[in-house]
Design a binder for this molecule. Sequence first.
Ligand code: SF4
Length: 333
Amino acid sequence: MFQKDLLKWYDKNARPLIFREKKEAYSIWISEIMAQQTRIEAMLPYYRRFIEKYPDIQSLSQADDDDLTKLWQGLGYYNRVRNMKKCAIECMDCYQGSLPKTKAELKKLPGIGDYTAGAIASIAYDEKVSAVDGNVIRVFSRLYNITEDVKQTKVKKKIEQLVEASLADPVSSYNQALMELGALVCIPKNPRCAACPIQKDCKAYLEGDPSKLPMQPKKKERRKEDKIYYVLVCKDRIHLVQRPKTGLLSGLYGFDEQKPEHIVNQMELKEHIHVFSHVEWIMKGYLCEVDSMTENFYTIDQIHEQFSIPSAFLPFLKQTERYIKENKICQKL
Ligand code: SF4
C-alpha cells in the first residue's frame, strides 16, 4: 500500500515550516485558517506578525477588533479572524484557555470546520482522524481515479471515507504528508507524476488522465455590480466610513456612497474591478474636496496606523494619497 512510501517521502521532503516546529494546537489553528486563503509562502509574514501580537488564546480573546482586522489586512475573508476571536473567547470560558482535544469538540467552535478540526486534532493531539481539504480531495480523486463531480455530497463523502480508511500511523505525519503531496507534487495543473512517491498505486496515473481530475462542475459566472464611491478630502485629511455590520466587507472601513453636498473641487479616480468569490464590483470613484470637516476625517498616517482598509478600496486610497502629497488641486467643477 502507498502509506509507507508516502511517509518515507514526507520524512525527507517536508518543508521546514515555522508552525510545524512545535506540535502545538494554537499555532496549527492559526496557520490552518490563514492557509485557507493564501499560499503558505505568502502567509508566513502574516503568521509571524499575528503570533507576535497574539501569542496565545488569552491574548487573542482580548484583542481589539480594529487591531485584529488591521493585522489581517491583505488576507481577505475578515469573518474568519472575527470568528477566531469568538472561538478564543469560548475556549477561555469553556476549555480553560486551550483548544479542546478532539475533532468532535473542535468542530463545535466558531469558525472551525471539519477540515481544520481534523488538522488540529490529528497534528497537535495525535487523534486518529482525517483532515480532508482541497489538496487531499485532489490526491484521492486521482489515486482512485474518481471521475464523478467532487462537489457532489455523495462523492465528497466517498472520498472522506477512503481517506478515513487509509489513515496510517503516525497520523500527524500521515495527514501532513497528504497535504504536502497535494501542495508540492500532486498539484492542480500538470501533476509531477514522475516525482511522485505513490505513482505505482495511483489509478489515474495508470489508467486515466490525472490532469483532468478532480472533476468539478463549470463555475457559474460572477454577478457584476456597479459601485460609486466618493472619497471626501479636506486639507490633508480623508473621510472614512465604517461599513454596515452585515454583507460584504462588513464592519471594515471604506468611503462614502452618498455624494456630498458641498463639493469645492472634484476629480474622477481611475475605475477598477474588484473580484470577490461570487460577485465583481465595477468600481467608479470621485475624489471630492470639501470645505469643512465633520467627524471621521483622518490623516494618511492615521489611516495606515489605525485602520484596516480592504483591498477593494486601496486603489482609490492610493490615488488620493498621491494627490494630497503632491498637493494637486482638483479640477474646478
Ligand atoms: Fe498525483 Fe500523479 Fe502521484 Fe497520481 S501519480 S498521486 S496523479 S502526482
